[in-house]
Design a protein around this ligand. Sequence first.
Ligand code: ADP
Ligand code: MG
Length: 268
Amino acid sequence: MNDLLSLSHVTKIYRQGGLLSRRHITAVSDVSLTLGEEPEILSIVGESGSGKSTIAAMILGQTAPTEGRLDFRGSPVAVHGRAERRAFMRQVQPVLQNPFEAFNPLKRVDRYLFETARSFAPDGKRPDRAAVERMADEALSHIGLTLAEVKGRFPHELSGGQLQRTAIARALIPQPRLLVADEPVSMVDASLRMAIVNLFGQLKRELGLSIIYITHDLATAYYISDRIIIMKKGEIVEQGKARAVLDNPQHPYSQALKEAVLSTTPAL
Ligand code: ADP
Ligand code: MG
């Protein structure tokens, strides 16, 4: 059986300063990882600039690797082609960092849900209004909201937590198999973060979703993930079961991250 997702010796080099520039930056260097078919939450943890968002962009097919390959269920992650991208995005959906950027401030949030429902109707036919509303309501029910609560609202009329939940609901509408959540709670009030992070565990259990949770926060990663990958300067420096990585970190950088967690999170 194919893996759900596999990255094999993936490297991404950006050229900086235009076509004639010789300055290059290796954002991601020789990264290999797999997700099996079993639903799983994999955290990618690292400081700013360690290459996390570049990995997310490649997994989402938003940018191609410079070297190496990415496969989803045995086929290359679709980077080009409208139909190929659409078929791929049915299965792999992003959750963005800042819900206030994900939603246009002048557009009611239910519009986004309805547009996504129209583009990803299960049978590919154009669904009627009632079907679209059903799809939106169903997705919202998984994150503890109802369509009535968000209908007609502009982004600023929802709390940051509600808006990020709505963004997650939007990502659920195509009934994806994998969510790629890039720092999904970093813009959310600290008091609401755990509730949203817990939601990922619930989605894994209830919908059989796999989730790649990207964060600079080892504490939330430890709390929700099955497996953790720690990155530094574009490379994986440590990976393993969440408990093993936190109980017995091998790399000095992981040890430093753990010390930082212990000094701020007495409960662990
Ligand atoms: P993280 O998400 O962990 O903060 P990123 O993947 O955003 O890290 O960035 C990794 C490195 O790649 C950084 O040095 C960043 O400046 C660089 N980088 C990211 N995207 C681009 C781009 N589009 N063009 C040039 N350099 C980039
Ligand atoms: Mg980033």
